[in-house]
Design a protein around this ligand. Structure first.
Ligand code: ZN
Length: 250
């Protein structure tokens, strides 16, 4: 039996399944891993959340970085990996996706239950009145004017992407639901994450402690490989497409 057939069998037998995804699934759609060499985090200075809140200069620098970063998102489209996860949810096999990604490719592939641990780069949130806006028009405005846009709702000047910044806590309600899913999961897929950034990396560990079977799909080895039931160091899109073939054949 191939690993793909094994996964197909587990998916049929063990519910609910939950997927935890990191940058690796998005790099296969052409979105650079911000932490990798050449990624924007290596080219720009980190701006901490407190600095953003307290300094107009830091906010301007933040917007310059974001305007450059947004270009790297380009016209990225969901890939076979995102599509397989959306299909599994639709078929009632997958409870949902817990993701570290901020690109909304899971939602665009059709996933409905998506827990965004790091928020989304497709929205802007006013740090004063908490109103949310589409990111694109405001980023375009910054590019045209080179001025940090003001909040269309309250006129405040602390508009920030609805992502979790450096020095900012992960959203507690989202984390709580994510760990609940981890405890409920009978099968947990850790996909495209190096599984080193805490507390997110604890999600597969908790799932395993509560009895889930753990499948790790990642380009490189991870610190949790030894506790996994199956580890595949292969392309995510290719693995999930082969699992789909195995399911269709079985
Ligand atoms: Zn506002």
């Amino acid at each position: 039996m191939t690993s793909y057939e094994t996964i197909a069998g587990w998916l049929a037998e063990l519910q609910p399944a939950v997927a935890f995804t990191g940058a690796g699934i998005s790099t296969e759609s052409g979105i650079p891993d911000f932490r990798s060499p050449g990624g924007i985090w290596t080219r720009f200075r980190m701006i901490m959340y407190d600095e953003f809140m307290n300094s107009a200069e830091a906010r301007h620098e933040y917007w310059q970085q974001k305007a450059a970063g947004q270009l790297e998102f380009g016209n990225a489209q969901p890939n076979a990996g995102h599509q397989a996860l959306a299909r599994w949810e639709e078929q009632g096999k997958l409870l949902g996706v817990i993701t570290q990604n901020i690109d909304e490719l899971h939602q665009r592939a059709g996933s409905r239950q998506v827990l965004e641990l790091h928020g989304t780069a497709l929205a802007i949130k006013c740090q004063d009145c908490h109103e949310r806006f589409d990111a694109d028009p405001l980023v375009d405005e910054f590019r045209r004017t080179e001025r940090v846009p003001v909040c269309p709702a309250c006129g405040g000047d602390r508009l920030k992407h609805a992502t979790v910044s450096f020095g900012q806590a992960l959203p507690p309600d989202v984390m709580q639901t994510a760990f609940q899913w981890a405890r409920d999961a009978k099968l947990l897929f850790a996909i495209g994450s190096s599984l080193v950034v805490e507390p997110a990396a604890s999600i597969p560990r908790v799932a395993k402690q509560y009895g889930a079977r753990l499948v790790i799909i990642n380009r490189d080895p991870t610190p949790l490989d030894s506790m996994a039931d199956l580890v595949l160091n292969e392309s995510i899109g290719a693995v999930l497409a082969k699992v789909e073939q195995a399911r269709a054949a079985g």
